[in-house]
Design a protein. Structure first.
Length: 120
């Protein structure tokens, strides 16, 4: 949401924090000197890419009529990864990423639990 809505500092303390987050560059070695905002942007985009990877992989398997065992295995891997991501989100973030990853994890878990072999 920070790409669409700019946060305007309300007081001098918030202005100081905003300036430090967007301009202070700490030397992390090997010529790597990001601002906190650069790190935040990179990690936020990784969440989007994780969701795209999982969603497009699952869509590909379904469209190619992959076997039930393969789909259940891939969804099981997704459950583990998104479960771990959900735990991290609960510990370190705010409501929007917690809700998004939590819902993804919940529906993947329900899907994984309900995948059954077709009876012929």
């Amino acid at each position: 949401m920070s790409f669409f809505v700019e946060k305007v500092p309300a007081n001098a303390t918030e202005q100081q924090i905003h300036d430090l987050i967007t301009t202070y560059k700490e030397d992390l070695g090997l010529g790597f000197k990001p601002t906190f905002w650069n790190l935040f942007t990179a990690l936020s985009s990784c969440m989007v890419f994780l969701c795209l990877l999982a969603g497009l992989t699952n869509l590909f398997l379904v469209r190619k009529n992959a076997g039930v065992a393969i789909i259940k295995g891939v969804v099981g891997i997704n459950v583990i990864i998104f479960g771990a991501a959900f735990a991290v989100m609960l510990a370190f973030t705010f409501i929007m990423p917690i809700a998004c990853i939590g819902l993804i994890f919940l529906f993947l878990l329900i899907g994984w639990l309900t995948i059954r072999e077709k009876k012929m």
